[in-house]
Design a protein around this ligand. Sequence first.
Ligand code: ZN
Length: 245
Amino acid sequence: MQRELIEDAAGRIAGARCAIALTGAGISVASGIPDFRSPGGLWSRYDPEEVASIRALKKDPEKVWKFLLETDRMISRARPNAAHDALARMEREGYLKAVITQNIDGLHQTAGSSRVIEFHGNCRDYYCMECFQAFDRAGIEGGGLPVRCPGCSGIIRPDLVFFGETIPSDTHREAFQIAEEADLVIVAGTSGEVVPASLIPPLVKDAGGVIIEINKSPSAYSSVSDIFIQGSVERILPLIVQNLG
Ligand code: ZN
């Protein structure tokens, strides 16, 4: 029965005019990045308000930077898995227009996806909070904490969306523009709890589009998904790709 769902999903993707994917923490678990929200995830050990909020960054930047380095170590060890590879291949073969991700790990790009909208920013790009000079990851290595700008001694921060911050308007606009064009969305490894990313599948659906959902357990989307395939994304997405050609 799951085989039929996979074939059905592949047929819908092949027939779509503009298919996009929305991904979340679940797609990177097999790459060694536990879902921050899951038991054992970072938020079971840290209070995000204390280590990952804009308020904390201003109040206690050293503490936030210790947390950022721990996160960075975990992310820099991670490699894309079969789910990232499958989405990259779909794009290469013309089946997928874009990936909108809530992840900050950059694994879609490492896997070869070229149009990736990072809703919550990333850990590759950094900038000084005072003079806005840009730095790459090499620019933050060595030295004390918090990492400071060599030019003005301002605190350097990653270009990600901290708790208490809003999503940059250009990212928001790009994501919702492509969602408005889309007639199919693949929801992969995200349960739909975080606004505004969670609004994207219903937007596609309301315009007459199709939701294909792949999650380990039913989510907020499952009642509206046209096809819900229960399982791990790294197993299911490659099977869908096999059925595309
Ligand atoms: Zn500076």
